[in-house]
Design a binder for this molecule. Structure first.
Ligand code: ATP
Ligand code: MG
Length: 609
């Protein structure tokens, strides 16, 4: 995979700039986004870890008790502070990170000189620090009051302990959630920073238990270690640039998806940020590859020139403002789309499925003895695969085997030509094609596969023009005026995809021809979907990208439904087309279109191995 992260030297803020803390001039203080910095334990954890990273740490250790409510301790091996600087660090608006008043150009996480004094005002905070070659010093502040100080013995670096956060601030305590929930938020904060800086080692301990420990590595490896090891196999490395912007990171293959959009991380100039732009861009990039309620895993790093970005818009610095958000969105959608296209028909679920461990043979049950039905005397079952898309296949496979066998048997005596997806042997439940390949048994979901093929056909044709099928009687479709405006504005694009129409009064369109690959089509439904699609895409995407999306919407209207009986020739034609079609491993919703059971796996099922 691509190596994404720069080396530690690029971030070594402390040694590049020399740490000398100063009080910020008032004029600058007033420009800094004001607001509550510490809302919950996770915000304190974030601030302390950011300080450790800004100090050039190579190793950051974090210990928490009771979700950080009882104790937060962050230890680093960074540059340390002198005793004088330690006192200054606890004053408001004293920072070493803005040597020249340029908030816009700041490369460190911190720049406001707010975090330590804010935390120290709502907890008991002990700061211990030692610079290389000097002695260590310790300073305790109890709810804003100096409580204790003296020599400390520690290795070079800094250790900050925060005890009893918000104990004396009932108003704040009220808004805290359970220690479990607070712990989860702390973990998320550490994860984000550990992804941002894969060149630094991190460990996290909660209530005496080690919950995270990562060594320096490249970014894809780090992301996989923090989110899901399987990403190493089912992830795609991203690395592209456009107009001075750079995008790198990892995203999951469409078949490796989740029910929640919780594993989606965005970093801008190596700073973890939360931005709706990510959600929208991911949705657009995976649009025809995933169902609306399934979500990819993503950790994306955007690098933009400093003057394209305002980081000083949020007190906790978790939001940024782009000067040109459309350009960033275009970069993400375009970059991911290109990578996904290249990934072709790889499908994560297929591989999991083919593992014999996913199959289980139940003891023989006789009629009347429970509900086992299906193949002969033994019922095949699948373990619930732990992975994302797995559940869908399990459900579909169950449906398959629950049906009484209704296959049209084909003679299996002829030699099997070498086709990756094999030769059709029959159809089950008028929904699944069973094929024999040289190395195993292939089952294809005909509806999912066909939908995909229609889309890819449209997409290929959209380089030239898709054939149109003229309607005998032009059809009037009534829609909202804004919808009609959108369709009218896109009429030329849509004509290339075989859809010919014109405006017909303020709130109607007249459809003259529909795309030929679709066959008979419900023009009303098609136009309504297209209008919605165009509204969502807006004008941020290039014509090319928009055509792609629109083609997907059209394809959904034209696929062979499950339940259609196919001839053997039709089945074989489908298999052959799948073999040469990009993305044919998954349907437009991210489910696999086919699965294979290797001969060796079949032998294991029957105890022959
Ligand atoms: N772990 C650390 N190692 C070395 N110096 C530190 C450490 N933590 C804090 N400091 C010093 O203390 C100063 C104040 O830290 P604090 O987090 O309050 O503000 P900041 O990081 O400058 O800005 P921000 O409020 O945006 O985080 C820092 O500028 C830095 O010089
Ligand atoms: Mg800070």
């Amino acid at each position: 995979m691509v190596k994404i992260c720069a080396s530690r030297a690029d971030f070594d803020w402390a040694s590049n700039h020399g740490m000398s803390i100063r009080r910020l001039p008032l004029e600058l203080v007033n420009r800094i986004a004001a607001g509550e910095v510490v809302e919950r334990p996770a915000s304190a954890v974030k601030e302390l870890v950011e300080n450790a990273l800004d100090a050039g740490a190579a190793i950051v250790g974090i210990r928490l008790s009771a979700g950080g409510l009882d104790l937060i301790e962050v230890t680093d091996d960074g540059c340390g502070m002198s005793a004088a600087d330690m006192s200054l660090a606890l004053e408001r608006h004293a920072t070493s990170k803005l040597p020249d008043d340029h908030i816009e150009a700041v490369a460190s996480f911190g720049f406001r000189g707010e975090a330590l004094p804010s935390i120290a005002s709502v907890a008991r905070l002990t700061l211990e620090s030692r610079m290389p070659g000097a002695d260590g010093w310790r300073l305790t502040i109890d709810h804003g009051q100096a409580a204790d100080e003296g020599p400390a013995s520690l290795p070079p670096g800094t250790r900050v302990r925060v005890e009893g956060l918000f104990d004396k601030v009932p108003a704040r305590r009220k808004f805290l959630r359970s220690p479990r929930a607070e712990y989860a938020a702390c973990l998320d904060a550490v994860r984000r920073l550990a992804m941002a800086r894969s060149d630094v080692a991190f460990s996290l301990e909660h209530d005496g238990r080690r919950v995270l420990s990562v060594q320096p590595s490249d970014t894809p490896t780090r992301v996989a270690a923090l989110l899901d090891r399987e990403l190493e196999r089912h992830g795609l490395g991203i690395d592209c640039s456009r107009d001075g912007l750079r995008l790198s990171g990892v995203v999951s293959l469409p078949t490796f998806n989740r029910g929640m959009a919780d594993h989606q991380y965005l970093f801008v100039n190596h700073r973890p940020v939360k931005d709706r732009l990510l959600v929208g861009s991911l949705r657009a990039a995976y649009r025809d590859l995933l169902a609306r309620d399934r979500h990819p895993v993503a950790a994306l790093f955007v690098e933009v020139p400093g003057d394209e970005l305002d980081i000083n818009v949020h007190p906790a610095k978790t939001e940024v403002r782009f000067r040109d958000p459309a350009a960033v969105r275009g970069l993400i959608v375009g970059g991911l789309r290109a990578a996904l296209d290249e990934a072709g028909h790889r499908s994560a679920a297929r591989e999991q499925f083919a593992q014999p461990a996913a199959w289980q043979v139940e003891p023989v049950r006789h009629p009347g003895e429970g509900d086992a039905r299906g193949f002969g005397s033994s019922a095949l079952q699948f373990h619930e695969a732990p992975a994302f898309a797995g559940a869908t296949i399990v459900a579909e496979a169950r449906a398959l085997f629950d049906q009484a066998p209704a296959a049209k048997a084909e003679s299996a005596t002829e030699a099997v030509p070498i086709y990756p997806l094999g030769v059709a042997r029959g159809q089950v439940a008028a929904t699944y094609i069973v094929a024999e390949a040289e190395d195993g048994l292939v089952i294809v979901d005909q509806h999912a596969a066909h939908e995909r093929l229609v889309l890819e056909r449209m997409r290929r044709a959209s380089g030239g023009a898709v054939a149109r099928q003229a309607l005998l009687m032009p059809e009037v479709v009534e829609l909202d005026e804004p919808d009609c405006d959108r369709l009218e504005a896109a009429a030329a694009e849509l004509a290339e995809l075989g859809l010919e129409m014109e405006r017909f009064g303020p709130a109607a369109m007249l459809v003259r021809a529909t795309p030929a690959p679709l066959g008979k089509t419900d023009a009303q439904a098609l136009l309504a979907d297209l209008a919605a699609e165009l509204a969502e895409l807006g004008t941020a995407l290039s014509l090319r990208d928009r055509l792609d999306h629109v083609a997907a919407t059209i394809a959904c209207h034209g696929s062979v439904r499950a339940g259609r009986v196919l001839s053997v020739a039709e089945m074989n034609a489908l298999l052959r087309e799948m073999e040469i079609t990009p993305h044919s491993g998954q349907c437009n919703h991210g489910r696999p279109t086919w699965v294979k059971l290797a001969h060796a796996d079949i032998e294991k099922l029957f105890g022959r191995r």
